[in-house]
Design a protein around this ligand. Structure first.
Ligand SMILES: *Cc1c(COP(=O)(O)O)cnc(C)c1O
Length: 234
């Protein structure tokens, strides 16, 4: 490998994969149950192409405009695009054109906008209900509250172009992630009582992936441990 940036990313990927293997060993889980989503936000399409060359299939982004551009720039590489950020209703149709999985579905109004966009694009999207794991968060910011989760799930389940797959959560800043991820696992178990096929729990980032694996996460969203710090990149 001549390109030093590709080498750097390859080394970081190997480190993260061995962290995941160790976390699985500690949790008594099989690493094949885990999908690593590499979060490429703020990094250029060239890095996305490097990841594809290194065998990464799942990439995540949190802003529509940035994601749409990178998805177009790397079209034909067989990547699956995960939209993981807060999504405004008026961006839903754009996201529906390139995203394969939307992790951050947290209100019925957004479900309707995604359904409309997916129908128009002739696509079908996997959707996760983003559950608020921060009891102190203001309503409507990053995740459905415990009493909204069922309604959002039902709306997704009713939408012909959307497939309800599970739940997603972000551990609250400055708090122990383990109990937060346990609450997310409880939400998934509750929804499975209604929709037994649900199989996705998206939880865990660079700093808390071990706790997420322990709590049963199936999808980890890892950015900085693989691509480097975003601090200087805004
Ligand atoms: C940025 C982001 C991540 C990745 O975070 P790192 O700490 O860089 O691993 C994961 N999930 C969401 C929702 C994000 O916005």
């Amino acid at each position: 490998m001549d390109d030093p940036r590709t080498q750097e990313i390859a080394d970081n990927l190997a480190d993260v994969r061995s962290r995941i293997d160790r976390a699985c060993l500690a949790a008594g889980r099989d690493p094949s149950e885990i999908t690593l989503v590499v979060v490429t936000k703020t990094f250029p399409a060239d890095d996305v192409a490097r990841l594809a060359d290194l065998g990464v299939r799942d990439v995540g982004e949190n802003r529509d405009q940035e994601a749409a551009g990178k998805a177009a720039d790397t079209a034909g590489r067989g990547l699956r695009w995960h939209f993981i950020g807060q999504l405004q209703t008026n961006k839903a149709a754009s996201v529906a054109r390139y995203a394969d999985v939307v992790h951050s579905v947290d209100r019925v109004e957004l479900v309707q906008a995604l359904e409309k966009g997916a129908a128009k694009a002739g696509r079908s999207l996997d959707c996760l209900v983003q559950v608020s794991l921060d009891p102190d968060a203001p309503a409507g910011r990053g995740g459905a509250s415990a009493d909204e989760v069922k309604d959002v799930a039902a709306a997704i389940d009713d939408a012909p172009h959307l497939r309800l797959r599970g739940v997603m959560g972000v551990a609250p800043l400055g708090a122990d992630p383990a109990p937060a991820f346990d609450r997310l696992a409880d939400s998934l178990a509750m929804l499975r009582g209604i929709y037994p096929d649900l199989d996705v729990m998206s939880a865990g980032m660079s700093d808390d992936l071990d706790e997420a694996v322990m709590a049963g996460a199936t999808h980890l969203r890892v950015g900085s441990s693989i691509l480097g710090s975003r601090a200087s990149r805004g």
